[in-house]
Design a protein around this ligand. Structure first.
Ligand code: AFD
Ligand code: MN
Ligand code: MN
Length: 427
């Protein structure tokens, strides 16, 4: 559904006096601190986060799923939903597909439709954590790590098919998340399963086009509950290093045991030049796939602090990072949840961009812990939302995306258009 740009403009006009006052106040406050506000706004306008195709319908847990109505029933409707989010936010111009859930009958008019929606194709995601209907061999006991070479070959073939499908759509990266592991002690030989996984990934890597990247995602548990082969950032890093320069680690915020210092992992992978990308979400206990910034917003800010300082450090040789949301919406309207996630991501990014890193480094050199902390907390406690609104307004996106979505009853319109029976393939 493409939104009427005139409707967005009149929405924005209705807030213009209020926005001008708060933006001018913040602009003065930040300029007095030496912040280049125009540069911050321009970076906010350029920042893009890919939307996962599997997050546009109501999610679920292993205990059940509750439909919401108006959900997308196919990839064309998913692209329409993302174009709606992008029209409102200006920050969601790409979709990340999940194969085979997202293989439509005909790719040619899919490209035309995606172009009409203004949406490009970001990373493609493989799936060897489920068995598909026509699959010859089961992944029940693993895929790329499997003791049977026939199963490993089938899984490698699947990844090559995913790459080829992505190539047909203009994608330039593949994300590989393996749930391979064991549920009980004794089930798996740790050393052999790791070396089999490495060899399988190296085989897939041979099929990676020169201008592609391979993201190796890690996760401590699920769907296995005793061990996961690619369990942590270190394992992901060693596998990426074993594959080659086009392979990187992917950090999913929900894939860390409680209290892990994720911002330190981000800094370490940046210094190794192997930080490929993020799956943004939030969590309280595990891989809860909660709305970004809804539980630990300060952690998100500290992660962006490492991203902003790392990517502006000439000694850090890390390529541009791929950003994606990876969350599941069980009790909220999925489109509203994705809009909230985008707001949280851009807000943390904006706050981190206002930090004076030269001043911070001087305080660190002097071991002035209090003032170093004060500097960070001051940035985190600054309400930078007027900067996000200014960035959106300048892109003809909405002053308040959620406000516009509600004012115009967009979910009701989707229900009128699609009814309640749709259920897109996915988790
Ligand atoms: C699940 C996994 C992982 C993966 C995603 C898409 O935990 O995050 O990236 O599915 O395959 O969330
Ligand atoms: Mn993920
Ligand atoms: Mn996950």
């Amino acid at each position: 559904m493409r939104l009427d740009s005139n409707q967005i403009l009149s929405h924005n006009d209705s807030f213009s006096a209020k926005h001008r006052e708060s933006f001018q106040f913040l602009n003065r406050e930040l300029t007095d601190k030496g912040v280049d506000v125009e540069s911050v706004i321009s970076q906010l306008q350029q920042f893009q986060v890919a939307i996962p195709s599997w997050a546009l319908g109501a999610g679920g847990t292993r205990f059940g799923r509750f439909s919401i109505g108006g959900e997308p029933g196919d990839l064309y409707q998913k692209l329409a939903d993302i174009s709606l989010i992008n029209d409102l936010t200006g920050a969601a111009g790409a979709i990340s597909l999940h194969i085979p859930w997202d293989i439509p009958d005909e790719t040619s008019n899919l490209l035309d439709w995606a172009k009409e929606c203004g949406i490009s194709f970001d990373a493609v995601n493989s799936n060897t954590f489920q068995d598909q209907a026509e699959q010859a061999l089961s992944y029940k006991y693993g895929s790329l790590c499997h003791t049977s070479s026939a199963v490993r070959e089938q899984a490698i073939k699947h990844h090559v098919e995913v790459i080829n499908y992505g190539k047909s759509l203009g994608s330039k990266s593949i994300t590989i998340w393996l749930s391979d592991g064991s549920t009980f002690p004794g089930q798996l030989n740790f050393r052999q399963s790791l070396s089999r996984t490495k060899e399988s990934l190296q085989e897939i890597y041979k099929h990676l086009p020169d201008d592609w990247k391979m993201f190796i995602e890690y996760k401590p548990y699920e769907s296995q509950f005793y061990s996961t082969v690619v369990q942590d950032w270190g394992t992901s890093y060693l596998l990426a290093a074993a594959c080659g320069e086009k392979a990187y680690s992917l950090v999913d915020l929900g894939h860390h045991l409680p209290n892990t210092n994720i911002e330190q992992i981000v800094a370490t992978l940046l210094s190794l030049g192997k930080l490929g990308g993020f799956h943004f979400n939030d969590s309280k206990y595990g891989d809860d796939d909660l709305t970004v910034g809804s539980i630990k917003p300060y952690q998100l800010f500290l992660i962006f602090l490492e991203l902003v300082s790392g990517t502006s450090d000439p000694s850090v040789l890390n390529p541009p990072i791929s950003y994606m949301i990876d969350a599941s919406h069980n009790v909220k309207d999925p489109l509203e949840d994705l809009i909230q996630s985008l707001e949280a991501i851009l807000l943390s990014y904006a706050q981190a961009l206002t930090v004076d890193f030269i001043k911070l480094d001087k305080l660190r050199e002097k071991n002035d812990v209090t003032l170093a902390q004060e500097l960070l907390q001051d940035a985190y406690r600054t309400d930078c939302r007027p900067l996000l609104r200014e960035a959106r307004i300048r892109k003809q996106a909405a002053y308040s995306p959620i406000g516009f979505y509600r004012e115009n009853n967009l979910r009701q319109k989707l229900i009128q258009e699609r009814g309640f029976s749709n259920r897109a393939k996915g988790l």
